[in-house]
Design a protein around this ligand. Structure first.
Ligand SMILES: *[C@@H]1O[C@H](CO)[C@@H](O)[C@H](O)[C@H]1NC(C)=O
Ligand SMILES: *[C@@H]1O[C@H](CO)[C@@H](O)[C@H](O)[C@H]1NC(C)=O
Ligand SMILES: *[C@@H]1O[C@H](CO)[C@@H](O)[C@H](O)[C@H]1NC(C)=O
Ligand SMILES: *[C@@H]1O[C@H](CO)[C@@H](O)[C@H](O)[C@H]1NC(C)=O
Length: 497
């Protein structure tokens, strides 16, 4: 190699380094999982079909207990086979709640209800993506365990983990009506640390409405509206999540009133007041357009946003006007786009779909190490998992130890999965990330330093190339000079290097 080539090579290397981040060189492992539609299949919205299928794969990765022979998650094995032994009850099975090994009934119940609701609304999406069997298995794995956790009329095991097993007194719905009312977490102090329920009255309304839907018994519908009056729940402005279902209950009231041939106008007004208040006053949009609700969004920011998007999509066909319907749909689309890569981090917050997807979610099984810092990168890809999400400045750290942003959980995927089923049938274009080039934007200071250093090196290099003859001559003369000193005066000098 000629001496004069070196500056050029240095400049090229620097240019490559400064134009890409480490992630850009990350080749996504190919999934090769049964039941996932292949990229080249000629079906409508194949990428959304894949996302729906991946989300079901994520739930499969959360399975606890003795796994069936058709388990698709190669790195998830039989686990926690003694759960319940200490109280003489079989509590094996079910789902781990998040990235650790604890099982909870309360957030699981919400997740199963939310997934079921999405499936009731958009079953066509599951059909088009060939996911109906995986959906059935996903729901059954959860409900089978919930039944085990409720072995007697007034007993519910609400949390299984770390050897602590707590219980609460319950009779499914009649339990909940036992006076005096109490939140489940008051009966189970341990659960408060993780999933303390803030109030119980939304749960009474929520449970009554679904019982009405399941049985057609109007007594339950009446109970729901009675509780709303008794607890003055109209005007409630809490985000929708595992802890508060009031916003979602309003939508059910419109739907069920309409299905029963009643005038839904009153509940439409209540619902639209709720939805509009969330967008305009209770929460706000980040610079990158993520719906952000101070407090609720400070951990797992995508969760309130996706639950809200789900609510908007379910509600749109029930809205009081077509203009309202369109505005709710558009709002939902903005949150879907954000989640799928239209954000300042250029990051789809779904694991395993793009080189910019989170690579190190807080999940012990996918990490595969016993020390959270080693190995550096997760060994396995937990395809389809939604991570917590960015902060209110749209910044996201792909850092396993930053569980606030990088943990995954049953309830984070629940609204996402319903939304994907909707998109399989309705999307007009593929998910946003399909057109996002690999590589996250670097932080600005790093970029500026990189550019300045790059520019200096470039100038020096150009100068070197331009003056290379003079430099070579200079180097030769220097060399000659040294040799002249060492060799005898007047001795022959060889050519330089
Ligand atoms: C894909 O499907 C469309 C319609 O379903 C059809 O017109 C087209 O020819 C198909 N393309 C291939 C490559 O099979
Ligand atoms: C579903 O399965 C059918 C045949 O089994 C196949 O033709 C179709 O492409 C599949 N759809 C998806 C989304 O994989
Ligand atoms: C329950 O919900 C399903 C799905 O939306 C609907 O088809 C059914 O009519 C509902 N039943 C009642 C009693 O509301
Ligand atoms: C409806 O539910 C209530 C409360 O559980 C029960 O007392 C009543 O018998 C039910 N009605 C019918 C027709 O099943």
């Amino acid at each position: 190699m000629k001496q004069s080539d070196w500056p050029v090579i240095v400049v090229l290397i620097l240019a490559v380094i400064s134009s890409h981040t480490a992630d850009a060189s990350y080749a996504l492992p190919s999934a090769d999982i049964p039941g996932i539609p292949p990229d080249n299949s000629n079906i409508t919205n194949v990428e959304y079909c894949k996302l729906l299928a991946y989300s079901l794969y994520f739930y499969e990765a959360q399975r606890s207990g003795k796994l069936p022979s058709n388990n698709r998650v190669s790195w998830r094995h039989d686990s926690a086979l003694k759960d319940g032994d200490d109280v003489g009850v079989d509590l094996t099975g079910g789902y781990y709640d998040a990235g650790d090994h604890i099982k909870f009934t309360f957030p699981l119940s919400w997740s199963l209800t939310s997934v079921s609701w999405g499936a009731l609304e958009w079953f066509q999406g599951y059909k088009a993506a060939n996911q109906t069997e995986y959906l059935r298995a996903m729901l059954q794995w959860g409900t089978d365990w919930l039944m085990k956790a409720h072995p007697e009329k007034n007993v519910l095991y609400a949390q299984v983990g770390k050897g602590d097993i707590d219980h609460n007194y319950w009779d499914l719905y009649a339990f909940a009506e036992l006076q005096p009312f109490a939140k489940y977490s008051d009966s189970i102090p341990d659960s408060k640390e993780f999933y303390g329920s803030s109030r119980f009255n939304d749960d009474l309304v929520w449970g009554a409405l679904w019982l009405y839907n399941a049985t057609g018994n109007t007594t339950y519908f009446a109970k729901a509206t009675d509780y709303i009056n008794q607890f003055s729940l109209i005007g409630s402005e809490e985000v929708i999540n595992w802890d508060d279902k009031m916003g979602a209950a309003f939508i059910l009231l419109v739907k069920f009133a309409q299905q029963a041939g009643q005038d839904p106008a009153k509940w439409q007004q209540v619902t639209e007041n709720y939805l509009d208040a969330m967008i305009t006053s209770n929460c706000y949009l980040t610079k990158g357009h993520l719906l952000y609700c101070d407090g609720d969004s400070d951990e797992a920011s995508l969760n309130p946003a996706l639950n809200f998007a789900f609510a908007c999509l379910v509600y749109a066909p029930l809205a009081s006007s077509s203009a309202k319907a369109q505005s709710y749909k558009n709002f939902a689309f903005s949150q879907i786009d954000y989640t799928l890569g239209k954000n300042p981090m250029k990051t789809p917050y779904v694991v395993g779909v793009h080189p910019n997807s989170p690579r190190n979610p807080h999940h012990s099984g996918a990490h595969g190490g016993t020390d959270i810092t080693k190995p550096k990168n997760n060994l396995y890809v937990i395809y389809g998992a939604i991570v917590g999400g960015p902060d209110k400045k749209d910044k996201f750290l792909d850092d396993r130890q930053n569980y606030i942003q990088s943990e995954v959980a049953l309830d984070y995927n629940a609204p996402f999965q319903g939304i994907m089923a909707y998109q399989v049938v309705n999307a007009q274009s593929p998910p946003f990330y399909v057109n996002v080039p690999p590589g996250r934007p670097k932080n600005k200071i790093g970029l500026i330093i990189g550019l300045v250093v790059g520019a200096i090196v470039f100038c020096v290099a150009c100068l070197c190339i331009w003056k290379r003859k003079k430099i070579r001559a200079f180097l030769k003369s220097d060399y000659k000079h040294i040799h002249l000193k060492q060799i005898s005066p007047g001795g022959e000098m060889q050519e330089g290097i």
